[in-house]
Write a protein that binds this ligand. Structure first.
Ligand code: CDT
Length: 313
């Protein structure tokens, strides 16, 4: 018998700076109910789905930054989403800013979790590839201060056996890196879920603004095809506090084909039946890694340029 996950991508329209979490969570619950009505048993929300995309603001006061972070998950504000998931029997993937204490140190991560159909957290991922810059750069029309407000994730790219599948996560900029998908592909991932906040305007190279939608799909479709897995990419879309974010959220099959795509820049659900067994079939038929991979020639992938790990990672 095949294993079908009926997956909803829950694209969200803009979240303004002063929108309270209760309001955002109410929007998410409404989409979860719509998704359930359309047969979904798993729903994927965007990156940093509980607040506006705050790395666009330069903030000098740490308390102002920390106000965008979650100190507990679930919290009183987010518990209703967990309760609704358990009530409806719908699992979900949620991105949020995580403030936590580890070994006596306060840490900030751009995080995503998988919550199962009983409303229990089944997996956690912390964004590895943080884009943007560390310092205030006033020449930009808006900031992209992820490198200032977050540390790179310290959990690698784990996969989770949950909801009768092998599930993995990444977050936004991670989707542009082939290593992201490969790390999970090599662990037999069947479905990779991710949210994104992608500004249309790329200040360092505005000539590629017109290609933002193309590069989004190029990355997601290549990741799915080259690793034989489902990929669900979900936008926060539309004009958020004057900054345009791309939409075109998609569900991509292990063949690399887009099987569903949003057509608005607001809150919108798309649904697809994802046969998880297609992942192993695609990998065996097309790639057969045990037979065809040549890892002895790939050492440069880990020895090549990149940032050294911090001492306390
Ligand atoms: N949120 C996020 O990771 N956005 C990036 C924008 C990069 S431009 C600094 C992305 O890759 O879409």
């Amino acid at each position: 018998m095949s294993r079908i996950a009926t997956v909803a991508a829950a694209q969200m329209g803009p979240i303004e700076k002063d929108e309270p979490r209760q309001s955002t969570v109410a929007r998410m619950i409404s989409m979860m109910r719509q998704a359930k009505e359309r047969g979904a048993d798993l729903i994927v929300y965007p990156e940093l789905a509980l607040t506006t995309f705050f790395p666009r603001y330069w903030m000098e006061n740490e308390a102002d930054v920390d106000a965008f972070f979650e100190k507990e998950m679930p919290s009183p504000a987010t518990q209703p989403l967990f309760d609704e998931a358990a009530k409806l029997g719908v699992g979900f993937n949620l991105g949020y800013a995580e403030l936590t204490e580890e070994n006596g140190r306060i840490r900030h991560f751009n995080t995503a979790i998988i919550v199962d159909r009983e409303g229990k957290i089944a997996g956690k991922y912390r964004k590895v590839h943080l884009p943007g810059h560390h310092e205030h750069e006033p020449w930009r029309p808006f900031q992209h201060l992820e490198k200032a407000y977050f540390e790179p994730g310290n959990l690698g790219f784990p996969v989770f056996n949950t909801m009768d599948g092998i599930m993995g996560m990444c977050i936004c900029n991670d989707r542009r890196w082939p290593e992201t998908y490969r790390c999970m592909g090599l662990q037999d991932v069947e479905i990779i879920m991710l949210g994104y906040n992608t500004p249309r305007h790329f200040p360092q190279a505005p000539e590629v603004d017109r290609l933002q939608d193309f590069h989004n799909h190029l990355s997601l479709q290549a990741g799915a095809y080259q690793n034989g897995c489902w990929v669900v990419g979900v936008a926060k879309a539309g004009v958020e506090d004057g900054c345009e974010l791309i939409g075109q959220s998609v569900i991509v099959a292990p063949t690399g084909e887009i099987v569903a795509m949003t057509s608005t820049m607001g809150d919108e659900i798309i649904v697809a039946e994802c046969d998880l067994d297609r992942a192993a079939k695609a990998r065996k038929a097309r790639w057969n890694w045990e037979y065809n991979r040549e890892p002895r020639h790939y050492g440069i992938l880990v020895d090549g340029p990149g940032r050294p790990a911090p001492a306390d990672d």
